[in-house]
Design a protein around this ligand. Structure first.
Ligand code: FAD
Length: 358
């Protein structure tokens, strides 16, 4: 924190910071509503839930920012954003925003920020959100904290406290953007809880002007080819996940994970060593450098429970750990622990569920 900002100390010895009038002009919290091919990414609603809490603490409005190719698309997304807590939606409907491209989206977003001056801007740490957040922060010359796991407000200066893992996940650091606005942060899908939608809640739509011709945009979308692998692995929003780790011994044994998952209608996940070894595809990795998940049930077999794995799955409702080492760290936070050989327990569970669910 800059000493220049420090005001006289308060009673308990804490310093209260006077906000530079240049920064104080920025007000309100914005959440970027990520829409691709007419579908809103659920991380947008998770961020609205979190944004609502921050806005209530600050006593400011929560706005959704909805960019899209047609009035119909942005209005539908705005109506949904209101049900998840937004007070208003700044919308831009323009054909150049039909498919995501960095250039028009960055221009639309930075124009809006310069026009309305929000103090906080939140985006999902998805492929699209990461691409957009970086260029928006660079264009606006402000601070961006990526992959946050916690967002809070500093009572002393009303600033955003953006917490994220550092040093390989062994430490958490809290970052503040003291001298620039807006304060930007990205959050990965499933890190924040999904808020309850209030279907009768409504808000104001603010239609925004946008002036960018198709001819002036360098990147052209020629064709959209869906990524088959991405389509298949819906780990982040799965209700049940069966995950395997290095303790399974070899690639062939991973079939036991697939078998149990098939019987339970579950998704398959794994720890980093098994994705690195090619036992399963990289998009199925759970953890700090993989996906964050929040299923109702997470079954972890042959996974030690290292902190980098734990941060990606500890928000699961129920965790069942299967490990032959009674002192494995995963037993410290699992709901139920089975001490034994996963190669024997997994087929027994598959058989038991198969006969019960048949
Ligand atoms: P191990 O730690 O080797 O554990 C295997 C477990 O299987 C042991 O507990 C053992 O007792 C048990 N076991 C052995 N045989 C059996 C058996 N027959 N039956 C039952 N249990 C058995 N890791 C991730 O998972 N996700 C990440 O996103 C991730 N990101 C990382 C990012 C960074 C920057 C770093 C430094 C590391 C990251 N890691 C990540 C790696 C992480 O630190 C651990 O090394 C990893 O999670 C360990 O994977 P594991 O539990 O499968 O293997």
């Amino acid at each position: 924190m800059s000493e220049n900002n420090a005001a006289p100390a308060k009673a308990k010895g804490k310093k209260r910071l006077e906000l530079d009038p240049r920064l104080a002009a920025y007000q309100g919290i914005w959440v970027f509503v990520e829409m691709e091919r007419g579908r809103v990414h659920p991380v947008s609603w998770e961020l609205l839930g979190e944004g609502r809490k921050l806005a209530d603490i600050l006593g400011v409005e929560l706005a959704a920012v909805v960019l899209g190719g047609s009035e119909e698309a942005v209005e539908a997304a705005s109506a949904e954003a209101f049900t998840y807590g937004a007070d208003l939606a700044h919308v831009v409907a323009d054909p150049v925003l039909t498919e995501y491209r960095n250039e028009p989206y960055t221009k639309a977003m930075t124009d809006l920020v310069n026009r309305h001056q929000p103090e906080i801007l939140l985006l999902g740490a998805t492929t699209l959100g990461r691409d957009l957040a970086g260029s928006v922060a660079t264009t606006l010359q402000t601070g961006l904290t990526a992959d946050c796991t916690e967002l809070a407000i500093d009572p002393d200066n009303r600033g955003l406290l953006a917490t994220r893992p550092t040093f390989g996940g062994s430490l958490l650091c809290t970052i503040q953007t003291l001298n620039y606005r807006p304060q930007m942060a990205t959050v990965r899908p499933r890190v924040m809880a999904m808020p309850e939608a209030d279907p009768v809640r409504v808000g104001r739509i603010v239609r925004e002007a946008f002036d960018l011709s198709e001819e002036s945009i360098i990147a052209k979308v020629l064709e959209f080819i869906p990524d088959e692998a991405q389509e298949q692995a819906q780990l982040a929003y799965a209700d049940i996940i069966v995950a395997g780790g290095r303790g399974l011994g070899k690639a062939e044994n991973f079939q036991l994970i697939w078998d149990l998952a098939a019987v339970l209608g579950a998704e398959v996940g794994g720890s980093r060593p098994v994705t690195h070894a090619g036992w399963i595809s990289a998009d199925r990795q759970v953890g700090q450098s993989g996906k964050t998940v929040r299923p109702k049930l997470y079954i972890a077999a042959g996974i030690s429970g290292a902190i980098q794995h734990r941060v990606g799955m500890e928000a699961s409702d129920v965790i069942i750990a299967i490990n032959n080492d009674p002192n494995a760290p995963i037993f410290e936070f699992a709901t139920y622990g089975l001490v034994g050989d996963a190669l024997r327990i997994l087929p027994a569970l598959t058989e038991a569920f198969r006969s019960r669910l048949a």
